[in-house]
Design a protein around this ligand. Structure first.
Ligand SMILES: Cc1cc2nc3c(=O)[nH]c(=O)nc-3n(C[C@H](O)[C@H](O)[C@H](O)COP(=O)(O)OP(=O)(O)OC[C@H]3O[C@@H](n4cnc5c(N)ncnc54)[C@H](O)[C@@H]3O)c2cc1C
Length: 589
């Protein structure tokens, strides 16, 4: 579906290519500072990976902490960033992020439709120097997408595999708890009934769920803010080539269906195409498991084919591949879900690995890591553990009582049936561990030995091999009602179940080399005039690590804000009188 409104060559101040959080935050900031901005999006829907995401932003020092949660100090956050980024520590970029991120949040809340709520997420490495047990991650507030009017149908729907008949879960644990307790508590049954009824009414009325949460809410809020500022988001419009006058980028050639238009941009072009998770050449170069001939399934939208990196390269911009290997992307172990009409969906294992009684093993039947670590850490451990194997894969295994209580991957807890997923081969079942292992192609002796050894400690709530449940982050998404260790329970009576996981990602970390302000640099470190990069097109400041929930969207929106202000010629910081602070810091970029 292409946008019928873009039929001829146009001119603007700033052209933004890509409609995720990186692009839209830049567009909004620049427009608010007086520029005439146009956004183009190659897909029929706007929102990119951002609309699929959890909508969490990592913002050290934000002002939204709930009562009782201590406010963060810049020095503590800086210590954490130094520890987490190691050899890749970039003082200027990290300094700018820490200085500007809290102001960015306040600015968007004051000036636009974007709102956030605090979360209780611990950092992913809370015990590292400068790590905190709670407080640095905030979440996009839920939104009524019908406020977008007819544009609501151009908002990328949420990732199908993590909705329930198209209904989004609220990212709060309370919401999910009601769904888990639906057969055990009248209050939960009433709550779930009400949620489902209102979702069905929305489906009848709007042909989609409109009570959106998480990243869908963030994308909807950013898009509404664009439309309020008369920033068009042209969907079905793919940037094919950058236009230059001399050595300055001045616009782009854009394909819309069968026709082409030229968009001239007086102040420059911003690349915000969301990195390269679907570029087969570059991922093969960067991902170790692909080099070994293994499988990779990305839940990111298929339009993220690395166009921004290619466009930058076409005018001399430097693409750094510094994190190749275990830091190349934000890893996410995923499973392949057979859907109707022979297609498949990608299910990111965001919740089950934390739950007591679910363990992860390799083909040899052995556990290899603390399953309740972050998706990125489990992914990196999986890549390392399978280094000598042609396939990078693990199996999550549990008993009958556990799968009925928590579900396993795409298989939902009771009372929802499991039979369909067993018949389709997604869910593997065995009356005994040996039968399950044989069915899954796992070494039966290895699996039985692993469960026997694990169960010895697990009956006392201990994971003697990998220390599951020893960090605040391990415990955060576990089961607080399970004692003494919310992450650890023995595997009991059969039948037993397993799901196969392969490697996926939430986005790539390597990208275009830029100044702090987002100006694209060439191989000699000189600025490519008129060209900027934001979001995952720009190299991550996290050094290939994943320090906490929201470490892509937090920097993406912060640097979008910085780049938007820079292009519009605004000072890096809001004047003190506007943001109500005592001092006006300055930051050279
Ligand atoms: C399931 C899931 C959960 C996640 N949860 C979180 C989270 O809670 N917190 C967090 O920080 N990160 C999270 N992430 C990662 C995060 O969503 C991404 O890092 C982020 O959204 C990338 O933003 P972006 O603006 O760079 O790109 P995107 O949001 O992907 O937007 C890029 C857009 O550019 C468009 N485009 C590409 N090429 C062209 C072209 N040639 N012309 C025009 N348009 C083009 C694409 O179609 C796309 O719409 C999650 C990811 C997934 C998959």
């Amino acid at each position: 579906m292409s946008d019928p409104s873009l039929t001829q060559d146009i001119e603007c101040d700033l052209l933004v290519i890509g409609s995720g959080a990186g692009g839209l935050s830049t567009a909004i900031t620049a427009a608010k500072h007086g520029l005439d901005v146009v956004v183009i999006e190659k897909e029929a829907h706007f929102g990119g990976t951002t609309a699929y995401s959890g909508g969490v932003l990592w913002i050290p020092g934000h002002s939204k902490n709930p009562p009782g949660v201590a406010s963060d100090h810049r020095d503590t956050a800086l210590r954490y960033m130094k520890d987490q980024t190691g050899a890749f520590y970039d003082e200027a970029a990290i300094g700018a992020f820490l200085d500007v991120a809290p102001e960015m949040v306040d600015w968007f809340e004051r000036e636009t439709e974007v709102r956030f709520v605090p979360t209780l997420y611990p950092d992913y490495h809370p015990d590292a120097p400068g790590g905190v047990q709670v407080g640095r991650s905030i979440l996009a507030a839920a939104y009524d997408a019908s406020r977008l009017g007819k544009d609501m149908h151009r908002l990328r729907p949420p990732l199908k595999t993590i909705t329930f008949i198209g209904m989004m879960f609220n990212s709060s644990n309370a919401d999910l708890k009601h769904f888990f307790n639906v057969t055990k508590s009248a209050t939960s049954a009433w709550y779930v009934g009400k949620r489902l009824a209102s979702h069905f009414i929305d489906l009848l009325r709007y042909r989609r769920g409109v009570q959106v949460t998480s990243g869908n809410a963030l994308a909807a809020r950013l898009a509404k803010s664009c439309f309020d500022l008369n920033i068009p988001i042209h969907t079905g419009a793919c940037a094919r080539e950058l236009l230059c006058q001399g050595d300055t980028v001045t616009g782009a050639r854009v394909q819309i269906g069968q026709r082409e238009v030229r968009i001239a941009a007086r102040r420059g072009v911003v690349l915000a195409c969301g990195g390269y998770p679907h570029d087969p050449q570059r991922t093969r170069q960067a991902y170790p498991h692909l080099q070994r001939g293994g499988e990779h399934l990305s839940p990111t939208p298929e339009g993220n084919t690395g166009d921004g990196l290619k466009l930058a390269g076409s005018v001399g911009g430097q693409v750094d591949m510094r994190f190749e290997g275990v830091g190349a992307a934000a890893w996410m172990p995923v499973s392949r879900v057979p859907m109707a009409n022979g297609t498949f969906g990608v299910f990111p294992h965001l919740l089950d690995r934390y739950k007591p009684g679910i363990i992860g093993v390799l083909r040899n039947g052995k556990r290899f890591t603390n399953e309740s670590n972050s998706y990125h850490d489990v992914g990196a451990a999986m890549i390392a553990a399978c280094a000598d194997l042609p396939e990078t894969a693990m199996w999550l295994v549990c008993d009958a009582a556990t799968i009925r209580k928590y579900g396993l991957g795409y298989a939902k807890p009771a009372p929802l049936p499991l039979g369909g997923l067993i018949r389709k081969g997604y869910l593997l079942k065995g009356r005994t561990l040996e039968e399950l292992a044989t069915r899954a192609g796992i070494d039966p002796t290895g699996l039985m030995a692993t469960v026997s050894e694990y169960n010895q400690g697990a009956t006392q709530g201990e994971d003697r091999q990998f220390g599951r449940g020893t960090t605040a982050f391990n415990r955060y998404l576990a089961d607080p009602s399970h004692t003494p260790n919310p992450c650890v329970a023995p595997l009991g009576k059969g039948p037993y179940y397993a799901v196969k996981l392969v490697m996926g990602d939430l986005g790539t970390f390597d990208g275009i080399r830029t100044t702090v302000a987002g100006q694209v640099l060439d191989g000699q470190g000189a600025v490519v005039r008129g060209l900027y990069a934001v979001g995952n097109d720009r190299a991550s400041i996290m050094g290939g690590n994943y320090p906490g929930a929201g470490i892509t969207l937090g920097p993406n929106m912060t640097f979008g804000y910085i780049t938007g202000r820079f292009i519009a010629g605004a000072p890096v910081h809001e004047p003190a009188s506007r943001k109500g602070s005592q001092t006006e810091a300055t930051h050279a970029i």
